[in-house]
Design a protein around this ligand. Structure first.
Ligand SMILES: [Zn+2]
Length: 421
């Protein structure tokens, strides 16, 4: 593994164990035979440094594929619905409410299926095609189900998506519409995930977050690349990232580090990374607050179902990223989650799903605790659209007034004196 494969058109050396550093050829595998540690894609960073430039990226497509030099798939056969390059929105009104200075919202609700999962599904299904798979499958808390079903439809792949049966109706409907197989499991996500690990050993399918996971997970790095590019090739001081499996947070941190490694940043990035969880499923936050290295699995009970992973695969790596960068972790109540959704919508005009409510509520908590500071440039990651979890804001979500179609009726409901101008 000393040279990149010329046939793939990428700068990938192979797979490497995150625990023991043993190396493997590129194939649909995800654990180390030696120590059972998770495998990760290894790149030839010198080759990337020679091939990449800010100008080349800026001339690329408005999608994750503008960073294809840093992804494990050749762009020429990408399964591309346009994932990525979502807006980074300056959020002064939110910042003012929270007593903060410079806050930005990475609005990943504006992806093809309205969540950040389009980034990882696009990379995973591209790799699945390259490996010759005919079926794409996944275990999902909802957003990945949407995205795998859509990308599979676009690529002409058969799909099987496995979800907990108690998922939000909106997420089930917006998956089923793509015509794949949607399998609802009577159990929680961790049960779904266990079943998928078994099925992955039985069927020759591309399980995007099982046997294709090392490639799939790389898609999340693009959130860091975009953030830096959109800030004029600078990094934020502090980011707040929701934690489900912990992969997103870990990869965002890796993405910032890679930008320096390949010469796209002038100085080593010093980004503090904070995490956000709902109190009903907060195994990583609990370990952080207890100053423990052990992440004890929990049984999830929260409205933030897209984050409801009780036994997070990358929990330890996420915890380590938060600790080693001087970040913090918050665990917020379901009430705070709903308040967070409304706060972001009311101040910035961005409608987030419950996971976004967790992130905004966590930002508020971390600001109150002095962990996120007013002198920092902060970016928060809003990963899914509010239309996916409408039930969370349905109570109190009715009209301000219901009136007859006359001016008099309007004036009865709204005193003309008080609404003038
Ligand atoms: Zn190993």
């Amino acid at each position: 593994m000393t040279t990149a494969s010329p046939t793939l058109g990428t700068h990938v050396l192979g797979l490497r164990c995150r625990e023991c550093d043993r190396e493997y050829e590129i194939s649909p595998i995800y654990t180390c035979e030696w120590c059972f540690g998770p495998l990760e894609v290894a790149y030839d960073y010198d080759a990337i440094r020679a091939a990449i430039s800010r100008e080349k990226i800026e001339a690329g497509p408005h999608a994750i594929w503008r960073y294809s030099d840093l992804l494990p798939v050749d762009r020429s056969h990408a399964v591309d619905l346009g994932a990525g390059f979502t807006p980074l929105v300056r959020a002064d009104r939110l910042a003012a409410e929270l007593g903060l200075g410079e806050v930005w919202v990475k609005n990943d609700t504006l992806n093809p299926t309205n969540s950040f999962k389009d980034r990882v599904a696009s990379v995973a299904l591209s790799k699945a095609l390259e490996f010759g798979f005919k079926t794409a499958a996944c275990a999902s808390t909802g957003n990945l189900a949407n995205s795998v079903a859509a990308h599979a439809a676009h690529a002409g792949l058969r799909s099987f998506v496995f979800i907990p049966a108690n998922l939000e109706q909106q997420k089930i409907v917006t998956t089923a519409v793509y015509g794949g197989n949607v399998v609802a499991i009577e159990g929680n996500y961790d049960d779904v995930n266990r079943l998928c690990a078994e099925l992955a050993g039985t069927y020759k399918w591309a399980f995007v977050n099982v046997n294709v996971r090392p490639f799939y997970a790389e898609g999340s790095k693009t959130l860091a690349y975009e953030t830096a590019e959109q800030l004029g090739w600078e990094v934020p001081d502090h980011v707040v990232v929701p934690i489900a499996s912990g992969s997103l947070l870990t990869k965002i941190r890796k993405g910032f580090d890679e930008l320096f490694k390949v010469g796209l940043l002038d100085t080593p990035p010093q980004v503090r990374v904070s995490g956000a969880q709902a109190i009903g499923c907060s195994p990583v936050a609990t370990a952080f607050l207890e100053e423990s290295d052990t992440i004890r699995p929990v049984k999830p009970d929260t409205i933030a179902k897209s984050l409801a992973i009780g036994n997070p695969a990358d929990g330890y790596f996420a915890l380590d990223a938060v600790r080693s960068t001087g970040g913090g972790l918050a665990a917020v109540t379901d009430g705070e989650v709903v308040e967070g959704i409304r706060l972001l919508a009311r101040t910035e005009g961005i409608f987030a799903e419950t996971a976004g409510g967790v992130t905004v509520a966590s930002l508020k908590r971390l600001a109150q605790e002095g962990i996120v500071r007013p002198d920092e440039r902060v970016v928060i990651y809003i990963t899914g659209h509010g239309l996916k979890t409408l039930d969370a804001v349905t109570p109190g979500g009715g009209p301000t007034a219901v009136i007859k179609p006359t001016i008099d009726a309007f004036h009865e409901a709204f005193d003309p004196e008080s609404i003038e101008d």
